[in-house]
Write a protein that binds this ligand. Structure first.
Ligand code: ACO
Length: 448
């Protein structure tokens, strides 16, 4: 198969959100800590009527409907998520309700889990299936769905929630450049969920930041080496039009892109002009470890990177800044932001993606954008996602109500035998919502 990749995208995030500025005041931290320090504007969260299953039901039905895809045309369905609702039964099986109705139960694939990386694992599986000898000519469907919630404290403002559905097949407008890719995987305890009674992770914030940046470096260098091997020339940030990063919060994305330029400097690549060389020269002898600790280096690289960041990264930041960390959906929500902003000028361009899941697993890979016919044109994908409208029609909750909701959700996590308020007044028509969890822990959903 040629040009296998993403044919269509739909994104869903809860309409309920809290402003980071209001959260700063409520939490009693210094003004600017979340908005400038973390670089975040707003945070979306599930209320008691929404969860990762309802969000993914909404995203999948909306994608099938809006792109006119018959559910019988799906041959593989893979879900990436780190939000555990059941330790055995996959989220994929809940989504089968949509397909069973049409008589299609012949659908391979289950869930993939490793922190924020599960969606990328699901995507690579689907792409590999379409490229393989077992492909039966039907579409693959990838769903990333997560509700990112943290215990009270410094990590809480980095929460978020969303589901993204992506249709996979050949002749795609967003085609994988399969040869250009680098991974880095290792055993660390930076962020993990060992307490099965709680939805909250155990997180070593500082370690997770360093692990993320080390993974950026390692993946980028591997990607560069592979490019050089196959293309016979050096790779630098000049060779891609956009860089899309998994976005726990925007500040880390700024630092990550700056790291790519530092790597280019160390490799003596063409993206680094004389002025930049001069600025970075004092740091050329730092060891790897020292380089992650040096505030001066961080400042210098961010200065060198500023103009390129604005051009190659800034257009990818809208949804992650407005919704927060969406775990598995975070990278693809950043990508959705790019389509939303730049759909009319992306054809022919190369987009480098960086996926990171704590624990840790990371891959950097590349897309090439192609012209495609309706409904798989980029302008139609942007129209279907309708990001502006979804963002504008949200309802801001005061921080007190957000905290109250988090408390309710703590009690509901892992609970049985309850009915929800069934209040779907804030949800858009077509949105699925949770109505009941019965005495056997079976979950029931309705569609508005
Ligand atoms: N105005 C402007 N900037 C400020 C202000 C202020 N008033 N106050 C603080 N800042 C800056 C800090 O200088 C810091 O910037 P820096 O990163 O450039 O040093 C930034 O705001 C954050 O402040 P810290 O004191 O470092 O924040 P804290 O340690 O309290 O929490 C953290 C930040 C560790 C990211 C926390 O939110 C967390 O643990 N999040 C979850 C883990 C995470 O997302 N890790 C990323 C990779 S793993 C994953 O994807 C889950």
């Amino acid at each position: 198969q040629k040009n296998v990749g993403i044919l269509a995208v739909e994104i869903y995030f809860p309409p309920t959100c809290v402003q980071q500025e209001a959260l700063e005041a409520h939490d009693g931290v210094s003004k600017g800590k979340y908005t400038i320090g973390l670089g975040q504007d707003c945070l979306a969260f599930c209320t008691e009527v929404e969860d990762v299953i309802s969000m993914s039901l909404t995203a999948v039905t909306s994608l099938l409907e809006k792109y006119g895809i018959d559910p019988k045309q799906i041959g593989r369905l893979e879900v990436g998520s780190e939000t555990v609702i059941d330790k055995s039964k996959s989220i994929k099986t809940f989504l089968m309700q949509i397909f069973e109705e049409t008589g299609n139960t012949d659908i391979e694939g289950v869930d993939s889990t490793n922190a924020c990386y599960g969606g990328t694992a699901a995507l690579l599986n689907c792409v590999n299936w379409v490229e393989s000898s077992s492909w039966d000519g039907r579409y693959g469907l990838v769903v990333c769905t997560d509700s990112a919630v943290y215990a009270e404290g410094p990590a809480r403002p980095t929460g978020g929630a969303a589901a993204i559905a992506m249709l996979i097949g050949p002749d795609a407008p967003i085609a994988f450049e399969s040869k250009i890719r680098g991974s880095h995987m290792s055993h660390v305890y930076d962020f993990y969920k060992p307490n099965l009674a709680s939805e909250y992770p155990v997180v070593d914030g500082k370690l997770s930041q360093t692990c993320y940046l080390m993974a950026v470096d390692s993946c980028y260098n591997r990607l560069c080496n592979k490019y050089e091997k196959f293309e016979g020339k050096q790779f630098s940030v000049d060779d891609a039009d956009y860089f899309v990063f998994h976005s726990p919060y925007n500040k880390l994305v700024q630092k990550s892109f700056a790291r790519l330029l530092f790597n280019d400097f160390l490799r003596n690549a063409s993206s680094i002009n004389e002025a930049a060389k001069e600025k970075l020269a004092p740091f050329s002898t730092l060891t790897g470890d020292e380089s992650y600790q040096s505030r001066d280096l961080e400042k210098a690289t961010q200065q060198v990177a500023k103009a390129l960041y604005d051009a190659k990264v800034q257009p990818t930041t809208l949804v992650p800044k407005q919704v927060g960390n969406m775990y598995t959906a975070s990278l693809y929500a950043a990508f959705a932001s790019l389509i939303h902003k730049k759909h009319s000028s992306l054809v022919g361009q190369r987009i480098v993606m960086f996926s990171y899941g704590s624990g840790l697993t990371a891959t950097m890979f590349s897309f090439r954008v192609r012209e495609c016919q309706h409904p798989f044109s980029l302008s139609n994908i942007a129209a279907v996602m309708n990001v502006d409208k979804k963002l504008k029609s949200r309802h801001e909750f005061p921080p007190e109500k957000f905290v109250e909701t988090m408390k309710v959700m703590e009690h509901r996590y892992g609970a049985k035998d309850f009915v929800t308020s069934k209040d779907c007044s804030l949800l858009a028509p077509g949105t699925y919502y949770l109505t009941e969890v019965d005495s056997m822990y079976r979950r029931f959903y309705a569609k508005k």
